[in-house]
Design a protein around this ligand. Structure first.
Ligand code: ADP
Ligand code: ADP
Ligand code: ZN
Length: 209
């Protein structure tokens, strides 16, 4: 199954994707994770995008589309994938339809207040990228990743000013994708407000998996 997870920052896309990959046995492809790994490795891509990510703006379409096109050409993505955080603009969505046929687009529905609450408490593993939350999804040991023992940190773009910027970017550039995919008959609305287990249950029901 080829899925897109569409929704504002902090809606819980990455968290649900981590559970959904086990249910569907497809890879989780997060453009944000790919950019952060490149930044950590100080690769040419990482050097180019670091300031953009810190500010909460979007990386340019050409770079992002090229990256996803290459990733989807790999063997493990042939039968299916979860695209998390891509597409984020109409040009990205149009480009994607030229190289892959998506089955469904899950639209994560959550008010801004929920986004702020989730992003301001998010803690991310420096080593493996897994996310926790200081109230809603606590690690067993404070500051330490359950999955790999890595150190947890607060992303620069999860600080108050960048959160506001990212919500605005979402409204201006990404929210138009909701109608874009609804008109194609691909959209499924998901209530992203409940706790993680309930969101997973709703996901299973809405896709029948
Ligand atoms: P979140 O999970 O909080 O929504 P992501 O990890 O998906 O955030 O993205 C972090 C940042 O990476 C974005 O603010 C943006 O700078 C960049 N980014 C990720 N995906 C894209 C994309 N499809 N197009 C442009 N920039 C992107
Ligand atoms: P996104 O990938 O959409 O940016 P994340 O999956 O990183 O969002 O989730 C944002 C934060 O909210 C994380 O700290 C995560 O632990 C927490 N979170 C995710 N889903 C839920 C949920 N259903 N209820 C409460 N907190 C959640
Ligand atoms: Zn980790």
């Amino acid at each position: 199954m080829k899925l897109i997870f569409l929704g504002p920052p902090g809606a819980g896309k990455g968290t649900l994707a981590a559970k959904a990959v086990e249910i569907l046995t497809v890879p989780h492809i997060s453009t944000g994770n790919i950019f952060r790994a490149a930044i950590a490795a100080k690769s040419p891509l990482g050097l180019k995008v670091k300031e953009i990510l810190d500010s909460g703006k979007l990386v340019d379409d050409e770079t992002t589309i090229g990256l996803v096109r290459e990733r989807l050409a790999q063997d493990d993505a042939r039968a299916g994938y979860i695209l998390d955080g891509f597409p984020r603009t109409i040009p990205q969505a149009e480009a994607l339809s030229g190289f892959s046929a998506v089955d469904k687009v899950l639209n994560f529905d959550i008010p801004d207040s929920g986004v702020v609450e989730r992003l301001s408490g998010r803690r991310t593993c420096k080593k493996c990228g897994v996310n926790f939350h200081i109230l809603f999804n606590k690690p067993e040991r404070e500051g330490i990743c359950d999955a790999c023992g890595g150190e947890l940190y607060t992303r620069d773009d999860d600080k108050a000013e960048a959160i506001r910027k990212r919500l605005q970017v979402y409204r201006d550039q990404t929210a138009p994708l909701i109608d874009f995919y609804r008109e194609k008959g691909l959209l499924i609305d998901v209530d992203a407000r409940p706790g993680i287990d309930e969101v997973v249950e709703n996901f299973r029901k809405s896709l029948g998996v």
